[in-house]
Design a protein around this ligand. Structure first.
Ligand code: PGA
Length: 251
């Protein structure tokens, strides 16, 4: 069975609730014929409206982070139950910006991944190397470590529900996209690790996105590669026209 592509917008810390509503209303008709799964990961403050507005459409809604604990004294945090309760379906976990600025580690990424799965959220778990790591030639080892750590203790039946996003840090928000070969090679490494950890059928069914300056002009090329099953889109997901062109990329 060919893997269905999945295009997710990561809005990061952009759009007030009012601005989000406007963007979503513009987006709905533009992506309704998409062959790919479409997800928008809005800020927490826009999630409730996003779920309501996209009800009955082909757009699913995701958050950009969760806490791994179920509830309790964690000031400022949001739990998986809170997201599920309002109809959120996906959650980005371990984005490099969270690892860099907010203390996410391989260990907390693993905890968050297990919590998300246990609550029925679909995790989009991120991995990827810095420019320095690429130049040192340790990209593959780094990705392998991140994936092994993220999936530690995750059962086979659960693992195939996870979406993985390969996002080289040097390509995020920089306009420097990885070449489609570089991106596919990294996605291939990830698929091999999943095969080692689980089995071939899990590796064949798991979906791996590329993220990092993906836009309407380079999406089709990246998505034509055999191991790239979608995109995690930052900047280009903030404009309905641009994002819909990625979603409706020409095969
Ligand atoms: P970008 O961000 O598309 O703006 O490079 C991608 C991401 O960080 O998920």
């Amino acid at each position: 069975m060919p893997r269905k592509k999945i295009i997710a917008g990561n809005w990061k810390m952009n759009k007030t609730a009012k601005e989000a509503k406007k963007l979503i209303k513009e987006l709905i008709p533009l992506v309704e014929k998409s062959k790919a799964d479409v997800v928008i990961c809005t800020p927490f403050t826009a999630l409730y409206d996003a779920v309501r507005l996209t009800k009955g459409t082909n757009i699913a809604v995701g958050a950009q982070n969760i806490h791994f604990e179920e509830k309790g004294a964690y000031t400022g945090e949001v739990s998986a139950d809170m997201l599920v309760d309002i109809g959120v379906k996906y959650v980005i976990i371990g984005h490099s910006e969270r690892r860099q600025y907010f203390g996410d580690t391989d260990e907390t990424v693993n905890l968050k991944l297990k919590t998300a799965l246990s609550k029925g959220l679909i995790p989009i778990v991120c991995c990827g190397e810095s420019l320095q790591q690429r130049e040192l030639g340790v990209t593959n080892e780094l990705i392998r470590t991140q994936i092994k750590a993220a999936f530690a203790g995750v059962e086979k039946e659960q693992a195939k529900n996870v979406i993985i996003a390969y996002e080289p840090i040097w390509a995020i928000g920089t306009g420097k996209t990885a070449t489609s070969e570089q991106a596919n090679d990294a996605c291939r490494v990830i698929r091999c690790v999943i095969e080692e950890m689980y089995n071939k059928s899990t590796a064949d069914s798991i979906r791996i996105q590329y993220g990092g300056s993906m836009n309407a002009s380079n999406a089709a090329e990246l998505l034509s590669k055999p191991d790239i099953d979608g995109g995690l889109i930052g900047g280009a997901s903030l404009k309905a026209d641009e994002f819909s062109k990625i979603v409706n990329y020409r095969e």
